[in-house]
Design a protein around this ligand. Sequence first.
Ligand code: GLN
Length: 194
Amino acid sequence: MTTVGVLALQGDVREHAAAASALGAQVTLVRHPSELDAVDAMILPGGESTTIDKLLRAFDLRDPLMDRIREGMPVLGSCAGMILLATDLVDGIEGQHTLEAIPMTVRRNAFGRQVDSSEVDLTWLPDGSPMQATFIRAPWVESYGDDVEVLATAVAADGVEHAVAVQYGTCLATAFHPEISDEPRVHQRLLDLI
Ligand code: GLN
């Protein structure tokens, strides 16, 4: 059976655990490096990326997690999780680290400057179907490397279209929260990568 780990340091851990369980995965919460050994994939929840970053380092999880991701373990990050997967940040705080998994620059709190929280109708580009996405003080992808596939875009209040869901190898990241809008396609894509 497939075991999906949810990073359980801070953020909407329960919602991600429920979303992965609903698709038939066995879910385990990860707080310690040894718990990583048992997982086939990882989810990095939404929350506050600066706090999660500090806790990742305090719990000695950052390096082993980076190693597993580099070795090809599938990973999904939503919102703060997307920020954690980026190689570069705009509006990060002084000394904020990331897991440097996806070659992209992510702007923190990008949509948050306009509206704190919103529901947006997107197109899920892998199959062209509509998707309703929940954004909460969300980042967007400002720029990305050649091998990064854009899975969804959203138009900001300034009329500019930004990537809000991306895939790079076995790494998936969304600026929105599929875990709180009863949206199975993103978690299913993670399971399909295992
Ligand atoms: N603004 C948060 C951060 O920088 C992310 C918000 C979220 O995960 N809903 O971490």
